[in-house]
Design a protein around this ligand. Structure first.
Ligand code: SF4
Length: 247
């Protein structure tokens, strides 16, 4: 089946969305910006069955840079182990395993024994189930909630005015301590369960173990952020309208 039309549609929509977000809603014409993969309608880099676009990052990047990256896949211990395990899993189970199962298979392939769970407090039930599943599959786990430490937001200089509920104790999400407590436990692989945008960035920065994600939080779309993209042609067309709607 020819999926070109599908990819073209997705790339055009995602390209437009990315442009609007990056420019604060100010639309920049194609002539004014550097074109990239999000402007591409022929992802020839996958199967090489067509032609590359003029601006293609494959043909416009120095071959040596790709060769340097290839060398990492071949000889860097971390990169080769992770890419091999990931590719092997993709080849054997493509479209057959859920992400929960993929994490378990991947963890075993890289030799991980202890899985850290960096969970959002609001998704603690999902994390409890995930911990039980890990145990059933022979993996140890250790979970840390984002509210660990019960530090009030004002204690780190955040103003009372930006709390969700003002005038009462409201604990800060504490991704630094989530990472440090998991580091102390010497986890082999850490899994994010629904950390907020930004808190996940901090957690990844401070985590000593490699990080993957089980649940990407979306408070409106019940953790399916892609739904906003799939429906940007109708229900979420405001995303593609010019102008900042988030002030
Ligand atoms: S690398 Fe080239 S062919 Fe592949 S998506 Fe990017 S621009 Fe398109």
């Amino acid at each position: 089946m020819d999926y070109t039309w599908f990819y073209t549609g997705c790339f055009v929509h995602l390209g437009l969305l990315g442009t609007l977000l990056l420019t604060g809603g100010r639309k920049i014409s194609k002539q004014d910006r550097k074109l990239s993969c999000t402007d591409c309608g022929v992802p020839n880099c996958y199967r090489k069955k067509g032609t590359y676009p003029q601006f293609c990052l494959t043909t416009n990047t120095n071959y040596e840079e790709f060769e340097n990256a290839n060398e990492l896949y071949r000889s860097d211990e971390f990169v080769s182990k992770f890419s091999f395990a990931s590719a092997e899993m993709e080849g054997a189970y493509y479209g057959k395993l859920t992400r929960v199962e993929e994490i378990i298979v991947f963890a075993k392939k890289i030799g991980a024994k202890k899985i850290g769970i960096a969970t959002c407090g609001a998704l603690i039930n999902e994390s409890k189930i995930f911990a039980k599943i890990l145990q059933a599959k022979g993996l140890e786990s250790f979970g840390v909630s984002c509210k660990v430490g019960s530090t009030d937001k004002t204690e780190v200089g955040l103003p009372e005015a930006i709390k969700v509920e003002k005038g009462c104790h409201e604990s800060l999400c504490n991704p630094v301590m989530q990472a440090k407590l998991l580091n102390r436990e010497k986890t082999d692989l850490n899994v994010i369960v629904g950390l907020c945008v930004g808190h996940d960035s901090i957690f990844i920065k401070y985590s000593e173990a490699p990080v993957t994600t089980l649940i990407t939080k979306d408070k409106v779309l019940v953790h399916n952020p892609a739904a906003a993209l799939y429906t940007s042609g109708h229900y979420y067309k405001r995303l593609l309208e010019e102008g900042d709607i988030y002030s």
